[in-house]
Design a protein around this ligand. Structure first.
Ligand code: HEC
Length: 180
């Protein structure tokens, strides 16, 4: 009589057994979990520079140009986090990768337009930035949608858009102090 020499161990070694597949799957899940966790911990050590200053700079747009209080609060609330030298950081800004993306937005945003340094721009540059503000706000490219997605209150209403447009248009035609 033929004896069935196929004990479970052989099945395990050849990877045919159901239990072995489960075992492999579990191992895969553990490896995956360990990788994800360790890379999350790892990226926490990536340094970022914080964009904070305690006072309003002398070259801030509000110091060199006519910025009515309603416009000031719109800019403060919807634009200054990325376009000034002072960001109001939320709690998760200390956690990567959020900190990294925030820093990128701030660096790129300030490079294009920094309200804290508006007074250092040439009149020509100021005018071109004001024109750009009008178009960015009208086309809803600014504030960045990825930002308003989290900061609901930063989204501009139709009325606020109109106020910004009127103000920027007025400022384009007015002389503004500038340290050219
Ligand atoms: C979450 C960050 C963030 C916020 C908030 C934000 N911006 Fe920007 N902004 C950027 C970045 C980044 C750029 C440059 C890259 C781009 O155009 O997407 C930019 C570019 C611009 C430019 C283009 C400048 C140029 O020279 O063409 C204008 C104008 C502008 N923003 C105005 C605004 C205004 C006005 C607000 C508020 C109503 C605002 N932004 C809010 C991040 C932001």
């Amino acid at each position: 009589m033929a004896i069935d020499w196929d004990p479970p161990i052989c099945l395990i070694l050849h990877g045919h057994s159901f239990m072995y597949r489960i075992f492999r799957l579990k191992r895969l899940i553990v490896v995956f979990f360990v990788l994800i966790t360790s890379s999350f911990v790892g990226i926490q050590f990536i340094p970022t520079t914080r964009n904070e200053s305690s006072e309003v700079s002398k070259t801030d747009i509000s110091q060199v140009a006519e910025v009515p209080s309603d416009i000031r609060s719109i800019l403060n609330n919807s634009c200054y986090d990325c376009h000034s030298n002072n960001t109001r950081y939320p709690w998760y800004s200390r956690i990567q990768p959020a900190a990294y993306f925030m820093e990128r937005h701030i660096v790129d945003g300030k490079k294009e337009l920094n309200f804290s340094e508006f007074g250092t721009y040439s009149r020509r540059r100021q005018k071109s930035k004001l024109r750009s503000i009008i178009s960015q706000v009208n086309t809803e490219e600014m504030p960045l949608p990825s930002y308003t997605w989290i900061h609901w209150s930063a989204k501009l209403s139709e009325r606020e858009k109109k106020l910004v447009e009127e103000w920027a248009t007025r400022l384009r035609n007015e002389p503004v102090d500038s340290r050219e």
